[in-house]
Design a protein around this ligand. Structure first.
Ligand SMILES: O=P(O)(O)OC[C@H]1O[C@H](OP(=O)(O)OP(=O)(O)O)[C@H](O)[C@@H]1O
Ligand SMILES: Nc1ncnc2[nH]cnc12
Length: 177
């Protein structure tokens, strides 16, 4: 599928989860018989060489991240919401477009000095991805690229990632919040 065809599979839900937010819902894309595979193929085209591991952010980043890891022939590192991992973790707090949260990783999963490709469904303010990149770097990973299915460029997340030395790319963009 073309990027434009994929883009038409994203459902926009106004005023979710709060008034003023245009929620870009990827459930309609992944439920399509070709949508998930096509999105992952486009992500794989954007991936840099020599990826040692793919890291995906809970929850929607797990869907694309795990599939991309299989496509690239790497392992998958889950970046989890706080309190879910059964071992000693490192954590970061971050602000969201609507709220705040904490994410954690098991640092022993990160290949030392290896390139860790960060993946999520969507980048808005970039708070989540920046926190994840910071965690993966603290654990010894080389994080120079992050891939998203959707970028909301007006919220500045991709630019914030670039300022932190992480090149951000996405399969599609949506204007507005
Ligand atoms: O760029 P940001 O402003 O940080 O926002 C983007 C993040 O917000 C969404 O996740 P959410 O926290 O809603 O969790 P979910 O995947 O569990 O639905 C989305 O999947 C990204 O992870
Ligand atoms: N506008 C949006 N749509 C879907 N997920 C989001 N996560 C943060 N902002 C979002």
């Amino acid at each position: 599928m073309t990027r434009e065809e994929l883009r038409s599979l994203v459902r926009t839900v106004p005023d979710f989860p709060i008034a003023g937010i245009q929620f870009r819902d990827i459930t309609t894309l992944i439920a399509d018989s070709r949508g998930l595979a096509s999105a992952v193929a486009h992500l794989a085209d954007l991936a840099s060489p020599d990826v040692a591991a793919v890291a995906g952010i809970e929850a929607r980043g797990f869907i694309f991240g795990a599939a991309l890891a299989m496509q690239l022939g790497t392992g998958f590192i889950p970046v989890r919401k706080a309190g879910k991992l059964p071992v000693e973790t490192i954590s970061e707090d971050y602000a969201l477009e609507y709220g705040a949260a904490t994410i954690e990783i098991d640092p022993t999963l990160v290949p030392q000095g290896g390139r860790v490709l960060l993946v999520d469904d969507l980048i808005a303010t970039g708070g989540t991805a920046l926190a994840a990149a910071s965690l993966l770097r603290r654990a010894g990973g080389l994080v120079d690229t992050a891939l998203f299915v959707i970028d909301l460029p007006e919220l500045g997340g991709a630019a914030a990632l670039r300022s932190a030395g992480v090149a951000a790319d996405a399969v599609m963009e949506f204007a507005g919040h």
